[in-house]
Each structure stands twice: as C-alpha cells, then as structure tokens.
Design a protein around this ligand. Structure first.
Ligand SMILES: *Cc1c(COP(=O)(O)O)cnc(C)c1O
Length: 465
C-alpha cells in the first residue's frame, strides 16, 4: 500500500508493485472524475465504473463478494498483497471489494463540494466505528500527560456507555463531558495538553442538540487534536462536517443510510492529513486506511459484505429520501408544537428549538430543492415531551398504531421510542440528567408513510395522554 517501490524490497515483487501502482492510479483517476458529478450520481455509481462492470462479467449492479478470501495467481502476488505493497483485498476481515464499493461512495459523498479528500472504512456497526475512530488516539504513552477526551454529553446511549464504561472506568481515561454542546466556552474550558480527541454528535440522538462545528474544530486544532463528529442523524445529504472543519465523521450506517432496515453497519470517514499531535505520520496522512490495515485487522469488527451491499443499495437514493422525510418531519413537528398535550418539541427546523440558527447555517439539502434552489432540510428525527410525567408519555406511546414501538431510527417505517426506558436506560438517572433526557421524552423517527396518516396516528395517540 506504500506509494513508492522501496529499493530494499526483493526484486521479484517489483512487477506486482508496478501493477499495483497502475491499479491505484486508475482508481484515483476515477475518483477525480466522480468528484465532478452531482450528489445523486455519486450515490448511484460511486467508484463502480462502466469498466469495473465489464471487469465483473458485465454486472450492472455491484457484485456481492461473499468469499472470505482472494485467490492469487502466484506466490509473488500473494507476498506483495499481504505485505500491503499492492492494492488487493486478501481476506474479508481486512478488505473486501463489495465493502470497498460502499467505502468509496461514502468517502466521496462526505467530501462532496468541500474540495477535500478523505478515506472511509466501513465497520460491522456504528459502535465499532466510534471505537475504531477514538481508541487509536488513546494508546498509552508514558511520555505524555494522562489522556483525556472532551465529549458532548448529548450523544447516543451506546456512545455514552463506551466513553463512561469502556474508556473511563476500564481504562482510566479522563472523560470530560460537555453538558450543553451549544456552549462553546464549555468545550474550551475542558481542552488541555492531555486532550487526545474532541467528540460531538450533530444533531444528537435523541435530543437533537447541535453545536458550532467550525468553532469547536478551531479549539481542537489549536490544541493539536482532531474533532470527531457523529453525523448519523444528518447524513451527508444534509451536512458534511469535514467541510466545516471536522477531522473524522462517524456514521451509524444502520440508520438513515440503510433506511430499509436490512443491515447493521458503521463507517468512519477521515480527511487526509488530519490534525493530531498524537500518533504517527501514517495516522495523520490517511487515518481511515491506517485503521483498516492495522487496528481493524487486529480487533476484527469487520462487516459482512452482504450487509455492505444492503447499505449500498439504500444509499443510492439517500438525498431524495432525506428531502421528502425532512419535509414530512417539519410538518409533524409543527403539528406537535401546536398540540395541547405536548409540552415541548425538539426539532432543529423549529425556531423554538435551541440552536435552530446554527442548524439553519449548517443543514442544507445537497444540490438544493427540485428547482435547484438552496434549501434547508433538518432530517427525520424529532423528540417531544408529553404531559409532565412518564405515565402520560407511556399512554400516548402505547396508543400509536402506524408508528412502530422500537429502539431504532432512520427507517422507511416510522418508529418511536421512550429513550429513558430504552436506548438511554442503562446509563441510569444520573447519566440521563447529564445528557438532558427527561423521563417523558418520546423520540420519533419519521418514515415514508403519508404525512397525514402519521399526524392522524399521533393525534389519536395523544388523545390518550
Ligand atoms: C445508533 C447510533 C449509533 C450506534 O450505531 P449501531 O449501528 O447501532 O452500532 C451511534 N451513533 C448514533 C447517533 C446512533 O443513532
């Protein structure tokens, strides 16, 4: 995988290394060509060109490579490939062509119209992506001050537990929670010479909190550390944090990207040449590739190629779905806001939601609306409180008939949950207080059903509150 032929390498590998360089150059030309295309075209084709189709028996759709391993023509090719001296996939825990199609497409979409280049590594779940993004920066180094991380407390329950239990309790990492991510001073006050990464979620699950990515990126970079942003709820169709200053973007691909709900998957997309005073030159140059070739290889949270194909299939139509479901969600948020049984609505598109101005500045539908005009879209996740206690919220929740009750989001089917008893149950009362999750909060992920049917369902359910 190195760019140059190391003169100390045995001569017998030279032809394969040269062949590898040709293949890598062809991929780079195709990436450059696709960067000229619009969002939907990239989402539909990624790097699977007409030539790639012909090289795969003419298959129009990207083939599913379910084989665990690749056959090599001879021992030299095997040696060069396994030494990472030429592009090859080798073994599915490390790389796989079908997974590669998804990685290339996501890297192009996350850098769309940013002028940046990035690489992506796809993982078996969103949580694996969070762990793979953060833990390389937490490696023990006695020459440095004790490690700390600065993290928005408004984050997904699994992410909260990863930081609180795995990193803080098990490994002694000082996890510094930012209770309200809108407060940029709170981030600044926690970053110091021991900080290894700064981590935030935007918009957050389930409280739809936002933060000033460019301002927090500046703070992180001034301290020589990367900003990692979980942008699962926005997706690259609505927001691209790398272009706003973030170094690494995380996705639970399981959610809106794979909205049909046929696969669990995660992704980490890192800009080339990221900021980190900690780590090696390799890490900074191409962090996603570093993760793929080394930590991923050793920890093993690889995705099934079949799941990668399921996610890729949904990804092709991401922009149009996010457009339609965002518009439906705004109408539903306005309906809820006007309902007497609803005490509060959190949706980045509502002027009454904290951080609405920032959301308005940050969340735009890629390539604009049907007339090509710039258009804000705020995604299809919202949250609301019912009455004053959980009993009222439970009565309304139990009255839903179209909306499904599940611990899930980002689906073509509308889904609601009560985070305090589901996604955020295990972090306990104290953890929920830091993360601002009231017991009567209902999280609603708006799907592709007709908006009027959803409003009728919510209206009937709320009548029971
Ligand atoms: C669901 C979710 C995750 C974890 O993703 P999995 O694919 O379930 O492992 C991480 N971040 C956010 C914002 C999520 O909603």
């Amino acid at each position: 995988m190195s760019d140059q032929h190391d003169p100390t390498l045995p001569d017998h590998l030279a032809p394969w290394i040269a062949k590898g360089q040709e293949l890598a150059a062809a991929d780079e030309r195709e990436r450059a060509r696709m960067r000229q295309m619009r969002f939907d075209t990239i989402a539909v084709h990624g790097l699977y060109s007409a030539e790639a189709a012909l090289a795969n028996g003419g298959s129009v759709i990207e083939p599913a490579f379910l084989s665990p391993a690749q056959h090599f023509p001879d021992s030299d090719a095997l040696e060069a490939a396994l030494g990472y001296l030429m592009p090859a996939w080798g073994y599915t825990r490390i790389a796989n062509p079908t997974v590669g199609y998804l990685e290339e497409t996501l890297a192009l979409l996350e850098t769309y119209q940013t002028g940046l280049t990035a690489s992506c590594v796809v993982t078996g779940s969103g949580m694996a992506a969070v762990d793979m993004a953060v833990s390389p920066f937490l490696a023990v180094d006695p020459s440095l001050p004790p490690a700390n991380v600065v993290v928005s407390a408004r984050c997904y329950g699994g992410t909260f537990q990863l930081f609180a239990e795995r990193y803080a309790r098990e490994r002694g990492v000082d996890v510094r929670w930012v209770p309200d991510p809108l407060d940029t001073h709170a981030w600044a006050a926690r970053i110091d010479e021991g900080t290894r990464v700064v981590y935030g979620e935007m918009p957050s699950n389930p409280s739809l909190s936002v933060f000033d990515i460019p301002a927090v990126a500046k703070l992180a970079h001034a301290a020589g550390v990367p900003l990692i942003v979980d942008s699962t709820v926005a997706t690259p169709a609505l927001m691209r944090p790398l272009g706003m200053g973030a170094d690494i973007v995380i996705h639970s691909v399981s959610k809106s990207i794979a909205s049909s709900g046929l696969a669990i998957a995660g992704a980490l997309i890192a800009r080339h040449g990221l900021t980190s005073r900690f780590g090696t030159d390799d890490m900074r140059a191409d962090f996603a590739m570093h993760v793929k070739l080394l930590p991923m290889r050793d920890h093993g949270p690889a995705i099934s190629p079949f799941n990668a194909l399921m996610a890729l299939t949904d990804l092709r139509t991401l922009r149009t779905k996010m457009d339609a479901w965002s518009r439906s969600s705004l109408r539903i948020a306005e309906f809820l806001d006007a309902h007497p049984a609803v005490t509060r609505v959190l949706y980045p598109g509502l002027p009454t939601t904290p951080g609405h101005d920032l959301a308005q500045a940050s969340m735009w539908l890629a390539d604009g609306d049907a007339d090509g005009q710039p258009a804000n879209r705020y995604g299809h996740l919202l949250a609301f409180t019912v009455g004053d206690d959980q009993a009222a919220a439970r009565r309304a929740f139990d009255g839903l008939t179209i909306v499904r009750r599940a611990t899930d989001l980002g689906r073509v089917k509308s889904i609601a949950t009560i985070p305090a008893i589901s996604t955020h149950q295990q972090q306990g009362e104290a953890g929920r207080t830091i993360a601002s999750i009231p017991p009567n909060l209902i999280r609603l992920s708006v799907g592709g059903e007709h908006t009027d049917d959803l409003i009728e369902d919510l209206n009937a359910a709320l009548a029971r509150a």
